[in-house]
Ligand binder design. Structure first.
Ligand SMILES: CC(C)C(=O)C(=O)O
Length: 506
């Protein structure tokens, strides 16, 4: 079987940034660009549209400056326009060497938006390409609205391709601008073009309006596309672009005839980074990168995992730097609970396990989130023995006053030894944590680092509502979450912290 190496072009920093209300700063763009090229190892990145703003000019300068020192300059691309050289001048100032020239790929767009004839358009494009060449800038050409062009003005598309085949163009980019193609059309249209121009390089740029992005990518590749445009977390205009993570997994698992250079172990890392920088949360069921996609909820699945891995597929979490989890809830069953107990190093006899299972089902029925870290508490509660409280927050005073730093004094007992510490902080909880840090330093104990802090109240409630704080921590044994519930937000965070202290202190 002949294996074909294709190019992956990431356009998170250009099309991805066109997600409503997303704007990356220059330093965020540089950080993402480095990770994409050096760790994830995509072949190319599109980082901006020319002429957008001064800030964007600086962002492109920063990336090209870094890229030229690290042999990546030819992998950094900028979207440009047919504008009598204005974009080219912008590129020159930004130090960019590859332009992705936006042209019209359907007669509809050409006549109604540009109000030009095909010949006028082609001659302006030719002028642009020559000018770029003169300045050492390579050209790729986007045929915007190409998919509709293939449906409604095929003769124009082929006339355009014939013109481009005579130009010094590196790649021709075929966007499904409105995300309207079916998988069958993606295959047929690209095949028709590749059959006619087998030696030209064609990228396929799929959008996800019908959730067909990944299927279309697969069909486009089968038809002979030489490159794909993807975005991290599927960010982009409207419903976004074909998503990076699942497209890469699909190629690796189902398309042995296709070779790519992407290092899939970094897919989750980059997905989280883009989530943080963009503020666009990854849906928990998003394939490969969503919080729940490697969590078995049904007890029968966990049971099957114990029996010859009956519920495993090729899509193993470890490939992406993740681990399988077993949810606790009304449908979890004994096997899920046992899996979690194993992870915590706890053992229960059959009778106790039954009682704990019953309690988790009851809590699940009330829609309560039960986490692995809740298990020791549930066990002690259910089995009617007090949980061995190694750490107890005995008392504290918290102050909050206008114009003064919040401060606290905390009394805490660890393994029967009591400590009192005072501290200040940027907020009341920060002051509390600073006091705890002092105690742990004194005891020479490792404290878990706080890596995420989420607060919520039941929908529709008001300021007297119960407030739930879920804190994610990390220590040398890994990441874990604790939960605190109280009508006072700071107190709920302190309760979650007390749970954490009991988990980490042996
Ligand atoms: C700007 C263009 C190239 C685009 O993203 C699209 O057509 O989808």
């Amino acid at each position: 079987m002949a294996v074909k190496r294709i190019e992956i072009m990431d356009t998170t920093l250009r099309d991805g940034e066109q997600t409503s209300s997303v704007s990356f700063s220059a330093s965020e763009k540089l950080t993402i660009a480095k990770l994409l090229l050096e760790e994830l190892k995509v072949d190319r990145i599109e980082i901006a549209s020319a002429r957008v703003s001064e800030g964007e000019l600086q962002a492109v300068k920063d990336v090209t400056n870094w890229a030229s020192k690290n042999n990546h300059l030819q992998a950094v691309e900028v979207l440009t326009f047919v504008d009598k050289g204005v974009s080219i001048n912008w590129m020159l100032e930004a130090g960019a060497k590859v332009q992705n020239l936006l042209t019209k790929g359907s007669l509809n767009h050409l006549t109604h938006q540009l109000k030009k004839t095909p010949n006028q358009h082609f001659s302006e494009i030719e002028e642009n390409i020559q000018l770029a060449e003169k300045h050492g800038i390579a050209t790729n050409v986007y045929l915007e609205d190409w998919s509709n062009g293939m449906r409604n003005s095929k003769a124009y598309v082929f006339e355009f391709l014939e013109f481009l085949s005579r130009q010094p163009v590196k790649r021709i980019m075929l966007p499904d601008t409105l995300g309207v193609l079916t998988p069958q059309e993606s295959y047929d249209f690209i095949k028709e073009i590749k059959d006619l121009y087998p030696n030209l390089h064609f990228d396929f740029h799929a959008h996800n309006d019908y959730d067909l992005g990944v299927s279309n990518v697969m069909e486009g590749l089968k038809a002979g596309a030489d490159g794909l445009h993807l975005t991290v977390n599927g960010m982009g205009e409207r419903a976004g672009n074909a998503p990076m993570a699942s497209s890469i997994a699909v190629i690796n698992d189902f398309m042995p005839e296709i070779e790519i250079g992407v290092n899939e172990t970094f897919l989750f890392t980059i997905s989280k980074l883009v989530e943080t920088f963009s503020g666009v949360m990854i849906p928990s069921n998003k394939p490969v990168v969503g919080a729940n996609v490697f969590t078995q909820t049904a007890g029968i699945h966990a049971d099957g995992d114990n029996k010859n891995n009956l519920y495993f597929s090729e899509l193993m979490p470890e490939r992406f730097g993740r681990t399988r989890q077993y949810a606790l809830g009304k449908s979890s069953g004994k096997a899920n609970i046992q899996k979690n107990l194993q992870e915590l190093g706890l053992q229960l006899n059959d009778e106790d396990l039954k009682k704990v299972t019953q309690r988790i089902i009851e809590l699940g029925d009330k829609k309560q989130v039960v986490t692995k870290e809740d298990l020791p508490y549930i066990i002690s509660d259910v089995l009617d023995r007090t949980y061995e409280e190694k750490v107890k927050v005995n008392s504290y005073v918290l102050t909050h006053s206008k114009g003064l730093k919040p401060s606290t004094t905390v009394s805490i007992t660890i393994n029967n030894e009591t400590f009192e510490e005072s501290s200040q902080g940027d907020g009341q909880f920060d002051a509390f944590m600073n006091a705890i840090k002092r105690v742990f330093k004194k005891k020479k104990l490792e404290l878990a680092a706080l890596i995420d802090y989420a607060v919520r109240i039941p929908p529709g409630s008001n300021s007297d509502a119960l407030c739930e704080t879920i804190i994610t921590w990390r220590n040398s044994s890994g990441e874990f979450k604790t939960r605190g519930l109280d009508s006072d937000q700071t107190v709920s965070a302190i309760k979650a912290t007390e749970k954490m202290l009991n988990i980490i202190v042996s």
